[in-house]
Structures are given as structure tokens and as C-alpha cells.
Design a protein around this ligand. Structure first.
Ligand code: BG6
Length: 520
């Protein structure tokens, strides 16, 4: 039985009341003929429209080179929606109204004339807010960001200031560069004609309910926060494991690897939310200030630290759930002698008052036995007297697990007496499940993120200094791998939990990885 069923009226504190209003606007998607638009962006915007979250008036313009008409694009998007929508069937009336607001512009984004055409299209909407309030979604190669921003500026569609010109925002997604220098260059291009506050850098992990809940959980409860420090916490484990291999994404993955693909962004974001100090307010800048402060206090790794504290791995042929999987080097578009890592595990230390000496273990990989993301706060064991003295290592230490996906929830693990005449102790758990408490409704990450971009709430977007600090951490790890080919110890069979060295990394400190249990 859920809390709300047992208590007539749970008190809900609604923070959305202070939310900025959603103003009429046009969303322009550059590179609109790609997969992202059909699979994620349009389904998310459709659901926002269905839930009456979209502005009172809006238009969506797809801007891409492929030859299409408004009608043919709408038909394509409809087919994709039937396939990818989180609610089925698609609501015909909602789709009819929604799709009438979608337009397609056949344009080459390097051509100045294309932006005149865009301007005319915007003017044809006959309403000042639809012409001036513009959300530019750059679903293109990052190498094209600079050109698009410059053309928008030249066409007077992008202004640095709000006011008489309405508002304009740029939405971009990873990869934000491939190292600090390239990220810095990209950020400079993005902000050449726009203010930093107009740039929304998406990390889809921040759109996940369970990730957003980390701050609520930590700072709206008093009992956990007072344990959230070096006095009580032994170590913290963050696992983001995936059953999938790289599949068709070999070309991209050869440039990225697990470190750039997952750690630089999603994992360091989750880590910063778990470990940051309470912000002075819930304002976007206060929250982001604390996240940056945390990232900056992660101890820098020298190449010799990398050799001791970071484990990389690459999968060879194996099986996941009984299904054979090829090795990474045999995947399409992958160099048969590739040294790219498909797994990474590391021990990070945070040099601040709260966390000094507490290891943070991170691991992520492809072709692992489970797809699960979770954070495990492992508390210190009890003193070695009484039960601990008798049970030794068999007595579990308390742990709190935040399961980010799947089986979203939070579990507190503690020990209890097994009923009966004898005296035995075993771990039990107290569990909160999102599904049981709130039902199965979970909006897609993009719904929240697109809505925040429309209203101009920057809290869930990554600020420039966050991205760059995260690259500094990742670059120092890459420097430790520079010129070193993978050794035998660094391979793992598809369907296993990574190379043995990942276990050794924890064993050195008397720790071991906790394997996420997934209920099907
Ligand atoms: C993406 C990575 O950013 O995140 C993918 O490029 C990865 O390699 C994906 O599979 C994981 O996201 P999620 O939401 O499925 O955990």
C-alpha cells in the first residue's frame, strides 16, 4: 500500500508555482531529418502538447537539407510517433492540432539565403512572439554549431539581449567537444553571438526523474543528510551498466569510448548531485555553482594515479542473456586493432571537508550482464563488538541504494533478527518504489528538458564551467592512457562485469562491487 493510500492527504509542496510562464514561441530544429527528431524531440513535444504544457501558441520548424514537404514530413513524424510514443495509441485530435503547427524548410545550413527563407517563414506566422521568441535546437554535428550561430546572428534572428527582440535560446547536446581545448573552442563559438544564459546544454540524465530526485531526497529529509559525510559513509559506488554493445554506433564510439561517452557527462553529473553541498537557493545558478565546486574538488589524477586508480576494459566475444555477442574489434566501423575502452572503472577522491578520504567508485560499460544505473551509499560498519565480533564479515554494513533505472526506487539495507528460537542476523531492506507509490507514469527526459528550455529555466542544463571542469578530469585520465595499448588484463568477455582488474581496484581497500539486481 502506498503512503498516499494509507494517509488521506499527503502534503504536497508544489515548487512549480514559482515557475516562469510559458510564452508563445517557435522551435526551430536544425538537422531535423535525423533520428533524434523523430524518436525523441517530436514525441516529447507531442506529449507536452497532450498534457497542455506547451505555450498557448507555438510552431515547430524542421530545418534540413533533405527534400521534403510539410505534409511528407508530418507523415514521417506520425509514423515515428506511432512507433516511439510512450503512450499508445496516439491521440488523433491532439495529433491533428499539433501536426498543423509543424513546418519543414528545405535548407542548407551553410547558405545565408536559407536563413532569409527561415525569417520569411517566421514572419508568415503573423504574430510577434512566434517570430521573435525562438528556440534553436542544434541537432547537427558540433562542427556546424559555429556556422549556424553566425548565420542566425547575420540574419538578425539571434540577439544577445532580451527585450524588444523577444528571447532566443540555443539548445545543444553532447558531445561538447572531445577534450578541454575543443570544448572551450565550441563554447566560444556558441557564445560568440549569444550570452551563456541563452545556451542550454542537454545531458539527458538530468531529465530523468530519479536523477532530479537526488536533490529532493538529500535536502528535503533531515535523517539522511546528517549521515552524508565522511563520518558515516565508508564509500560510494556509482554503476551505470548496459547490456547493449556498441552495435551500429561503432564509428562514433571509436572517437568517444566509455570515458567520453558516459563519464564526462552523465556519471560526473550524477556524482556532483550526490556529493555537492546544499545550494544557497534553488535558483539555477546556485545549484550549478555547487556542482562546479564539487567537480573542482575532485582530486586531479597524475598518470601514475591513473595506473593505480583507473581501470579500462574492452569486450571480446561472449554472450549476454545467452545471446552471442561479437567482440568490440569485430563490430562494424571499428578498427580491428582498436584500443578504445568499452568499460571504465575508477576510484575518485574528493578533497573537501565533507568527503575527505571517502572513495567514490565509478564504473560503466557495454555488454555487461545487466542494464542498470544506481548509486550505493555504503555506510561504515558497526564497531567490532557484539554481533560484528561474532559474525565478522558476514554482518552486512548498512547501505542506501538509489536506483536510477530500471525498477526506479530507493532501498535502505539494514540487519534484522531472523525470527525463530536461534539468534541469527540477516540483511533486510526498506524499499520505496516509484511505480508502487506514483504509478507507472514517467515522462521522458526530453519532455522536461524541452519545457525548461522553452521557459528559460537553466537548472537542468550544464553550464560552460561545468562542462570544462568535467573535461579536465577526463583529460587527466586520458593522459595516463596516452600511447598505451590495451594489455590482456584489460579485456573482458561480453556478458561479464568487466576486467578482473576492476574487482582488484576495490579489493585493495577491502571493498567489493555491488551488482545491481534487476527485477524483470
Ligand atoms: C548516451 C550514450 O549518452 O547514453 C550511449 O551515448 C548510452 O552510449 C546512453 O547508451 C545511455 O542512456 P540511458 O538513458 O539509456 O541510460
Amino acid at each position: 500500500m502506498s503512503y498516499s493510500e494509507q494517509h488521506d492527504e499527503p502534503t504536497v509542496c508544489n515548487l512549480s508555482e514559482t515557475r516562469k510562464p510559458v510564452e508563445p514561441c517557435t522551435i526551430v530544429i536544425f538537422g531535423a531529418s535525423g533520428d533524434l527528431t523523430a524518436r525523441k524531440l517530436i514525441p516529447a513535444l507531442y506529449h507536452l502538447a497532450k498534457d497542455k504544457q506547451m505555450p498557448p501558441a507555438f510552431r515547430i520548424i524542421g530545418f534540413a537539407r533533405r527534400e521534403k514537404t510539410d505534409e511528407s514530413w508530418r507523415a514521417e513524424l506520425r509514423a515515428a510517433l506511432d512507433q516511439f510514443s510512450r503512450t499508445k495509441p496516439v491521440d488523433e485530435q491532439v495529433w491533428k492540432d499539433f501536426s498543423a503547427k509543424i513546418f519543414y524548410c528545405v535548407c542548407d545550413l551553410t547558405d545565408a539565403a536559407a536563413y532569409q527563407k527561415l525569417e520569411q517563414q517566421l514572419t508568415s506566422f503573423g504574430s510577434a512572439p512566434l517570430r521573435k521568441n525562438l528556440l534553436f535546437y542544434l541537432a547537427t554535428q558540433p562542427s556546424q554549431f559555429g556556422a549556424v550561430v553566425e548565420q542566425l546572428h547575420n540574419a538578425k534572428l539571434l540577439h544577445r539581449e532580451n527585450g524588444e527582440h523577444g528571447w532566443q535560446r540555443l539548445v545543444v547536446e553532447k558531445p561538447f567537444g572531445h577534450d578541454l581545448a575543443s570544448a572551450h573552442a565550441l563554447n566560444t563559438e556558441l557564445t560568440r553571438y549569444a550570452h551563456e544564459s541563452q545556451v542550454c546544454r542537454i545531458d539527458h540524465y538530468l531529465g530523468k526523474e530519479t536523477v532530479q530526485n537526488i536533490l529532493m531526497f538529500r535536502f528535503s529529509n533531515s535523517i539522511f543528510e546528517r549521515l552524508w559525510n565522511r563520518e558515516s559513509v565508508d564509500h560510494i559506488q556509482l554503476t551505470v551498466s548496459e547490456k547493449l554493445g556498441v552495435g551500429e554506433r561503432g564509428g562514433y564510439y571509436e572517437e568517444a569510448g566509455a570515458l567520453r561517452d558516459m563519464v564526462q557527462n552523465h556519471m560526473l553529473q550524477v556524482l556532483s548531485l550526490i556529493a555537492m553541498e546544499p545550494p544557497v537557493s534553488l535558483e539555477a545558478e546556485s545549484v550549478r555553482d555547487e556542482k562546479v565546486k564539487l567537480l573542482k574538488s575532485i582530486r586531479a589524477l597524475t598518470p601514475s594515479d591513473v595506473a593505480k586508480q583507473v581501470v579500462r576494459g574492452q569486450y571480446f566475444a561472449g554472450a549476454v542473456d545467452g545471446q552471442p555477442r561479437p567482440g568490440y574489434r569485430q563490430e562494424s566501423k571499428v578498427n580491428p586493432a582498436s584500443n578504445v575502452e568499452t568499460f571504465v572503472a575508477m576510484k575518485l577522491l574528493i578533497d573537501n571537508w565533507r568527503w575527505s578520504g571517502v572513495p567514490f567508485y565509478l564504473r560503466t560499460g557495454k555488454n555487461l550482464p545487466q542494464s542498470a544505473s544506481e548509486v550505493r551509499i555504503q555506510f561504515r560498519p558497526t564497531p567490532n563488538v557484539l554481533f560484528a565480533a561474532q559474525c565478522g564479515e558476514k554482518l552486512d554494513a548498512n547501505a542506501l541504494t538509489l536506483r536510477l533505472q530500471p525498477n526506479e526506487g530507493i532501498s535502505l539495507h539494514f540487519n534484522g533478527k531472523v525470527p525463530g528460537i536461534g539468534t541469527s542476523v540477516r540483511p533486510v531492506r526498506m524499499h520505496f518504489s516509484y511505480n508502487a507509490e506514483f504509478g507507472a507514469y514517467t515522462p521522458e527526459a526530453y519532455e522536461r528538458l524541452l519545457l525548461d528550455a522553452i521557459v528559460g529555466d537553466a537548472t537542468l542544463f550544464i553550464r560552460r564551467d561545468e562542462v570544462e571542469t568535467a573535461w579536465q578530469i577526463v583529460d587527466s585520465i586520458r593522459a595516463g592512457w596516452e600511447g598505451k595499448a590495451l594489455t590482456n588484463r584489460e579485456f573482458y568477455a561480453a556478458g561479464t562485469w568487466g576486467p578482473i582488474a576492476a574487482d582488484d581496484l576495490l579489493a585493495q581497500s577491502g571493498h567489493e562491487w555491488h551488482e545491481p539486481q534487476v527485477i524483470k
